[in-house]
Design a protein around this ligand. Structure first.
Ligand code: CAO
Length: 554
């Protein structure tokens, strides 16, 4: 009995990426023989019957098309007397036999559905909105399922990039027809997330639309491909190889490797055997990060002489459980990405941190005097708005702090705009939204934007654009305490200001010690770009601007 590549829908060619059986192997029905992959998805080709694998007609890396014979099976006794046409008939009759070919069929039918939906004005597609230049955006949460009745603003899906999480909410009330993604799936701008049928009721009025109405030309809809099929289980997906819901797939050869096409591609490029990796994704799915972490571990483990990558001394691996009970707490994606970014900056940039203090008694008096007005305006006014304002003035005065070192190491890219990144502490980890054109904004505007961006960061409502384009950062731990710290530069920026807790201290005014409100500042900078004297000048400028905020009006 020949095993052939089934109907591939609109896919011309696929690549054999894995061979899961050897000639002579005794196979059970539905045991995976090979795994094929297109640009969008991977798919197991299972044995259509129990029997012995007599020959394999493909090799890993070979590109093949629909109908290509990949193997020959000698069916065991129970099916020996069946010829191929009988087997094919039986395949139509038995539901489980349809598992291999059904996904491909579903990809074709989804094309039809889409063209139908394009004719109906009530069916809409929810697409991934503009996510700027963010890469590696994954679905981390799906809040609805097929058949759910939803209201405007109901949460549909949560996406997460290296930098932040973003909630995709419904702009129309209606019913969920299809959820087109699964948790841990990587998506990009324009990817289909879900299809809804509107009930003709409300629609969000704001323009931040992440849904595209079906009345748009049908050809605008992305072509239906195997990758568009909903990857929920092996029986209805041409997407990832996934364990069956009852876990049977865990034991089956076909489900040994549970990973998406992009992860498989990365593993192939790096020469990694996916079966050696334990997946950390949902239902033990192997993610790209798992592959990268595995490679890192291999590099560290493989190195002799106690050095890690880049010749750095290796931190000892200790079995802490030997000394008492331990608990393993997984880091959030933002924490892991943050750790990578901070480490990258720390090992690449020669950091210097300069500490100083500024007397902001007058600033604080002024700020207190604004409290009633602030309440009327509904704006919370904290010292941070003044600090950001002072930084903008200092950056204009010292433009090398508002710059990045060019990749060739020979030039400085001075930016003609001033965008201030603001570190915000969130339950998922540190997030740095950016106040755009901060130098053009008043203290009121800055205060409102600081509150707005920090609320959005904590509520996972930041757009990708809110996280991009920073030219200098401020990290305020003032509300928490401390007398100083060494903030890490948010590379490729070249400097960051750390702010610690305001304290009332006795200061000598020439005649007596008087109580003054003193704010500690810590300026870290990239010493390749900024020398100590420049650092000193920048800090002096900040200190005097904050000590006498009339200077900010100059
Ligand atoms: N000294 C003393 N009090 C301060 C202060 C300072 N330097 N800065 C702010 N405060 C006060 C505020 O005035 C406010 O008090 P009132 O409510 O009485 O007015 C209170 O502390 C709380 O302020 P806030 O934190 O809500 O607002 P903010 O504008 O000062 O800061 C934000 C906003 C988002 C920067 C902050 O909430 C935050 O997340 N900080 C953490 C940043 C961080 O984690 N950095 C570390 C990065 S490196 O790992």
């Amino acid at each position: 009995m020949d095993v052939t590549i089934p109907n591939l829908g609109d896919i011309d060619e696929v690549e054999v990426i894995e061979i899961c059986a050897a000639v002579g192997d005794v196979l059970a029905e539905n045991d995976t023989i090979v795994v094929i992959e297109s640009d969008k998805a991977s798919m197991d080709i299972p044995s259509p019957a129990a029997g012995t694998l007599k020959s394999l007609q493909v090799e890993v890396g070979e590109r093949i098309t629909e109908g290509h014979v990949i193997a020959t099976i000698e069916a065991d006794e129970s099916s020996d007397d069946k010829d191929e046409s009988e087997a094919a008939e039986e395949k139509d009759a038995e539901p489980h036999r349809q598992e291999a070919s059904e996904p491909i069929k579903s990809s074709l039918s989804s094309t039809e559905d889409k063209s139908e939906s394009a004719q109906s004005s009530q069916e809409i597609e929810v697409l991934v909105p503009d996510i700027g230049d963010a890469s590696g955006v994954v679905v981390i949460e799906i809040a609805v399922q097929e058949g759910d009745v939803i209201e405007v603003n109901d949460l549909l899906v949560v996406l997460e990039s290296d930098k932040a999480s973003m909630e995709i909410t419904a702009e129309h009330a209606g019913t969920v027809l299809e959820v087109a993604v699964s948790v841990d799936e990587e998506v990009s701008e324009g990817s289909l997330l879900a299809r809804l049928r509107t009930d003709g009721a409300g629609k969000k009025s704001d323009a931040q639309s992440s849904e595209k109405a079906a009345e748009e030309p049908a050809e605008k809809a992305p072509p239906a491909t195997a990758g568009d099929a909903k990857p929920q289980s092996r029986s209805d997906s041409t997407g990832d190889a996934q364990p069956d819901d009852d876990g049977r797939g865990q034991d089956a050869a076909s489900a040994k490797v549970y990973a998406g096409p992009a992860t498989r591609r990365l593993a192939r490029e790096l020469g990694v055997d996916l079966s050696e990796i334990k997946g950390t994704g949902s239902r033990n799915r192997i993610t790209k990060d798992d592959v990268k972490d595995f490679v890192k571990q291999q590099m560290v483990a493989g190195r002799s002489g106690g050095t890690a990558g880049g010749g750095l001394p290796q931190v000892a691996q200790i079995d802490f459980a030997k000394f008492g009970p331990v608990e393993m707490v997984p880091l959030t994606r933002i924490q892991r990405r943050g750790a990578d970014n901070l480490h990258r900056s720390w090992v690449n940039l020669p950091h210097v941190t300069q500490h100083d203090e500024t007397d902001i008694t007058d600033l604080e008096d002024f700020r207190q005097s604004l409290k009633q007005e602030a309440e009327r305006k509904g704006i919370k006014i904290t010292p941070l708005a003044f600090i950001v304002k002072a930084c903008c003035h200092a950056l204009r005065e010292y433009p090398n702090f508002n710059a990045s070192l060019h990749a060739d190491g020979q030039q400085l890219v001075r930016k003609q705009y001033i965008n201030i990144g603001m570190a915000v502490d969130t339950p998922e980890g540190l997030v740095v939204p950016v106040i755009k054109a901060a130098d053009e904004k008043s203290i009121w505007q800055l205060s409102a934007e600081i509150a707005d961006l920090s609320d959005k960061a904590r509520d996972k409502k930041l757009a990708m654009d809110d996280l991009q384009g920073g030219t200098f950062s401020v990290s305020s731990l003032g509300a928490l305490g401390g007398t100083g710290f060494t903030p890490i530069v948010n590379a490729p920026e070249v400097a960051i200001l750390g702010v610690s807790k305001l304290q009332t201290k006795p200061l000598w005014n020439g005649e007596a010690f008087v109580p003054r409100k003193v704010l500690p500042l810590s300026l870290s900078y990239d010493h390749r770009v900024i020398n100590g004297a420049d650092g000193g000048r920048f800090m002096n400028y900040l200190v005097s601007s904050l000590a006498d905020i009339r200077r900010l009006a100059l």
